[in-house]
Write a protein that binds this ligand. Structure first.
Ligand code: NAP
Length: 319
C-alpha cells in the first residue's frame, strides 16, 4: 500500500524540470504517507491487541463469553465433548472436535470453561505438548482454589496461569457486563517477553466491557463465594421448587425473589453441584442455613405454642 502511494505520487512528477516539480510530488507523498502509516500502525496495533483464544468447554457459558470475545475482534477456536460446530460457526469461531488439531493452531490463550466436575478430566485429555511453550492458560470456573491447584500441578512451568471468575452469567449479563465483577488472580505470569502484556490484554477484554476488576486470591474468593454465590444458588433452587407465580399484587421483595429464581434457574445442576463439592466453605454454609431455618421455625412455633397453651388454660379456668 505504501509502495502504491509512492508510485502514484511519482507518476505525477513531469519528465522535464524534475527539480522544480518535486515539491508538489513530495506534498502528494506527504498527503498519502500519514494515511498509509496510520493504516499500517492500526494494523500492527490490531495484531498486538487481538488474541487467538481457544475455548475448551463450549457449552452455555463458553458460548456466552465467545459472543463478546468475537465482537471485540479476537480470533476464536473452540473444543467441546459435544459437537457445537453450528453454534461456533454462528459466532465466527472455528470448532475442533479433535483437541490435537486445536492445539496445533497455537492459540495465545487457552480458556477452560468446562463444568467444575469435569475440568480435571478435560485438562488431562488436552495434548498440551502441541501448544507453544509460551501459552497463557486461564479458566472461568465458579470455584477458584481447585482449578488453581489443578493447573499448578498439571502444567509445566513455562505456561502462564491466570485464574478468573466472571461473577455473572448468560442471564445476569445478557444486557451487558457494565459494573459486573470480574475476580482474578495472576497465579503465574512470566516476567519475560510479552507475557505480562498478553495477560493484561486478556483482562482488558473485561475491562473494556466495563467490568469491575477485582484482584483477589483464589482462597479469598472461595471464602466469599460460599456466602454470596452458593447461598444465592441454594435459595434460588429452593424457591424454584415452590413453583412461584407472579400475581397482581407482587411487592418489590417478591419480584426480587422471582428474579432470583429466573437468574439461577438456567444454570445446570452440574454447576451447582460443583459449587458445593469443590468449595470447602459450602458445607459449613449449608449447615448454617439449616440451623438458621430450624431456629426460625422454633421461634415461630414456640410463640404459637405459647398462645395455644394460654388459650387452653384460660378455657379450662372458665369451665
Ligand atoms: P456447566 O454445566 O458447569 O459446564 C458445561 C460444560 O462442561 C460444557 O461445555 C460441557 O461439555 C462440559 N462438560 C460437562 N461434563 C463433561 C465431561 N464429562 N467431559 C467433558 N466435558 C464436559 O455449565 P456452564 O454454565 O457452561 O459453565 C461452564 C463453566 O463456567 C463452569 O466451570 C462454571 O462454573 C463457569 N461459570 C459459569 C457461569 C454461569 O453463569 N453459567 C458463570 C461463571 C462461571 P459439552 O459442551 O459437551 O456439553
Amino acid at each position: 500500500m505504501f509502495l502504491n502511494s509512492l508510485s502514484s505520487a511519482i507518476s505525477f512528477v513531469p519528465a522535464a524540470g524534475r527539480l522544480r516539480c518535486r515539491p508538489p510530488a513530495i506534498r502528494a507523498m506527504d498527503a498519502a504517507q500519514p494515511f498509509d502509516m496510520e493504516a499500517q500502525a492500526s494494523d500492527l496495533m490490531d495484531r498486538r491487541v487481538r488474541l487467538k483464544i481457544a475455548i475448551i468447554g463450549f457449552g452455555n457459558f463458553g458460548q456466552f463469553l465467545a459472543q463478546t470475545f468475537a465482537r471485540q475482534g479476537h480470533t476464536l477456536l473452540a473444543h467441546s465433548r459435544t459437537d457445537h460446530s453450528a453454534a461456533a460457526a454462528s459466532l465466527g469461531a472455528s470448532f475442533f472436535s479433535d483437541p490435537n488439531d486445536l492445539c496445533e493452531q497455537h492459540p495465545d490463550v487457552v480458556l477452560l470453561s468446562s463444568s467444575i466436575l469435569s475440568t480435571a478430566t478435560v485438562l488431562r485429555a488436552l495434548p498440551i505438548q502441541r501448544l507453544r511453550r509460551n501459552t497463557l492458560f486461564t479458566e472461568v470456573l465458579s470455584v477458584k482454589e481447585f482449578p488453581k491447584n489443578l493447573l499448578l500441578k498439571h502444567l509445566p512451568p513455562y505456561f502462564d496461569i491466570l485464574c478468573t471468575h466472571p461473577m455473572f452469567g448468560p442471564e445476569s449479563g445478557k444486557d451487558g457486563w457494565d459494573g459486573l465483577p470480574l475476580v482474578y488472580e495472576k497465579v503465574r505470569i512470566g516476567d519475560y517477553g510479552d507475557r505480562a502484556e498478553r495477560c493484561k490484554r486478556f483482562l482488558d477484554i473485561f475491562e473494556r466491557e466495563g467490568c469491575r476488576m477485582v484482584e483477589m486470591s483464589c482462597a479469598e474468593h472461595d471464602a466469599c463465594a460460599a456466602e454470596t454465590q452458593f447461598l444465592t444458588h441454594t435459595v434460588g433452587r429452593l424457591l424454584s421448587m415452590l413453583d412461584l407465580k407472579s400475581t397482581q399484587i407482587d411487592t418489590k421483595g417478591y419480584e426480587a425473589l422471582l428474579k432470583l429464581v429466573q437468574n439461577t434457574g438456567s444454570d445446570s445442576f452440574e454447576l451447582y453441584n460443583g459449587l458445593f463439592m469443590y468449595n470447602k466453605n459450602s458445607t459449613e454454609l449449608l449447615e448454617r442455613l439449616d440451623m438458621a431455618f430450624d431456629s426460625l421455625k422454633k421461634d415461630l412455633f414456640g410463640k404459637l405454642h405459647d398462645v395455644l397453651r394460654k388459650q387452653l388454660f384460660e378455657d379450662s379456668s372458665e369451665n
